[in-house]
Design a binder for this molecule. Structure first.
Ligand SMILES: NC(=O)c1ccc[n+]([C@@H]2O[C@H](COP(=O)([O-])OP(=O)(O)OC[C@H]3O[C@@H](n4cnc5c(N)ncnc54)[C@H](O)[C@@H]3O)[C@@H](O)[C@H]2O)c1
Length: 445
């Protein structure tokens, strides 16, 4: 609740406050605009053009020089780079205040850490990390800068008013005492294994930089054959480049649940799914987590289902499969079913007469977030403002999801000590908490 109340208060202060400090943490004093770098200047990057276009875009980076040229058409004054490390080396010369990260998932935590370590505000496309260790390092870095830097993970559906309404219903007891919460996504993109070597990378593509910290895999144009904003579906299922559905739609859909349960790290994780493939993350899989009680609810079980696995419906006539990406909350007095925009309240059981629930007065409703990217830009300029999906909230969420993949790999229920980031009952699981990087790449540089 504290986080929420803070966001609420911040929103009441008003998004229009622009008395920003100049210097590293704020906006450029002369025109109150932020000097921003966009890393990944095509595809999802283009979805940020309009919001960052209101600021000074001083640098662009893309490993694909054609995509760099695409970004440069929109921001002709920006300095261009193919290696994000060089761009960040130049942060002082560029007068940089903030970066927006729209690259492939296996570089997100790297760029986020490097940017935080240089006192830059960060907007990172989801997922924030693809290993438990990455999530923890980003969070640790950000917690040392909280209050000075603004962070946001690109889970922009969070600004849908339905997220607030779902949270209010759960928090205010419309389903009684919360017991379990499950989210699911039905996307299925199957691959057999890493793509075979095929031809040479085109001259305009710096393939080795695209691989970045991940182990080398031969070039195949298949990794780059998707349309703008959807090319991530060509590589995010491979272990070395992504976390499959967990990092893809799972980030958005678990956010719908996460926003309503006020959880941090689970104490256990267990998972089952299709047969393990060393190259490709599972399509069909389900994972379950135990979370301790907090100040407004008892202990809960959180679950994630993907690729055809589904939670049980409370009644046959509620066909959860008709909802592609959704969440169901089970309480002592009923169920709440939601997708990103809608919700259905289902009182359940003889005692479920709703007498225990009082709807909020209109003036007590959680305030709208407004434009999601703008929320971050405003917070960059005014450190008193908060963001909905900051690196604390988002790193806990993705760390939980990634623990599900660890449990899936070892095929056991794992006990997790979130304070130190270790599995306590299954030593072999600890190997899967981190990834091995290629020489020359430092996660926390
Ligand atoms: N929030 C959302 O709704 C949403 C939607 C789509 C994609 N995404 C996320 O955005 C990211 C990009 O997705 P996409 O479909 O645009 O992928 P993409 O493969 O098209 O990559 C986007 C751009 O980044 C460049 N790039 C990749 N790695 C780079 C690196 N190391 N340094 C510099 N440039 C690099 C690519 O050349 C490309 O121009 C993914 O992490 C994805 O999960 C989020």
């Amino acid at each position: 609740m504290k986080r929420r109340e803070f966001i609420k208060n911040a929103a009441l202060v008003g998004a229009g406050i622009l008395i920003a400090p100049s210097g590293a943490f704020g906006a450029n004093g002369s025109n109150n605009k932020l000097n921003i770098a966009l890393i990944g200047s095509w595809g999802r990057g283009a979805a940020h053009f309009d919001s960052i276009g209101t600021e000074n875009v001083v640098a662009l980076c893309d490993v694909n020089e054609e995509h760099l040229a695409f970004g440069a058409k929109r921001f002709p004054q920006a300095k261009t780079y193919v290696d994000w490390r060089k761009l960040l080396d130049d942060h002082k010369a560029l007068g940089l205040a903030a970066v927006v990260i729209c690259t492939a998932d296996h570089t997100h935590a790297f760029i986020a850490n490097w940017a935080l370590n240089r006192d830059l505000h960060v907007y990172c496309e989801k997922p924030l990390a693809i290993s438990v260790e990455e999530a923890r390092v980003v969070r640790a870095n950000w917690l040392t800068k909280k209050g000075k830097l603004a962070t946001q993970v690109g889970m922009q559906r969070h600004a849908n008013t339905n997220f607030n309404r779902v949270r209010e219903l759960v928090r205010d007891g419309a389903i009684g005492e919360l017991k379990t919460a499950s989210a699911w996504g039905n996307r299925q993109i199957r691959r057999d294994g890493y793509l075979p070597a095929e031809g040479q990378p085109p001259a305009y593509l710096h393939y080795d930089l695209w691989l970045g910290p991940s182990p080398a895999h031969p070039y195949n144009k298949g990794y780059f054959s998707g349309g703008p904003g959807a090319n991530c579906l060509q590589w995010n299922m491979f272990w070395d480049f992504g976390a499959g559905q967990i990092g893809d739609m799972g980030s958005h859909t678990m956010d719908l649940l996460w926003n309503a349960v006020d959880a941090q790290l689970p104490t256990t994780a267990e998972a089952k799914g299709e047969k393990f493939n060393p190259d490709v993350t599972p399509v069909e899989c389900e994972s379950h987590f135990e979370h301790p009680a907090n100040d407004w609810r008892g202990p809960i079980r959180v679950s994630w289902y993907q690729g055809g696995a589904m939670p049980q419906s409370p009644k046959e006539f509620i066909d959860l499969k008709r909802i592609g990406h959704g969440a169901i909350f089970k309480g002592s007095q009923g169920f709440l079913v939601a997708d990103f925009d809608n919700r259905i309240l289902f009182p359940y059981g003889k005692e479920a007469d709703m007498s225990y629930y009082k709807p909020r007065a209109k003036d007590k409703l959680l305030p709208p977030i407004g434009h999601f990217q703008q929320q971050w830009l405003d917070a960059c300029k005014n450190p008193n403002l908060s963001t909905a999906c900051d690196f604390e909230y988002s790193s806990h969420m993705i760390e939980q999801m990634l623990l599900g993949l660890v449990a899936y790999r070892v095929g056991k229920k794992i006990q997790y000590d979130g304070a130190v980031g270790k599995v306590t009952n299954c030593p072999e699981a600890n190997v899967f908490l981190s990834r091995t990087y290629r020489d020359g790449w430092t996660l926390n540089g």
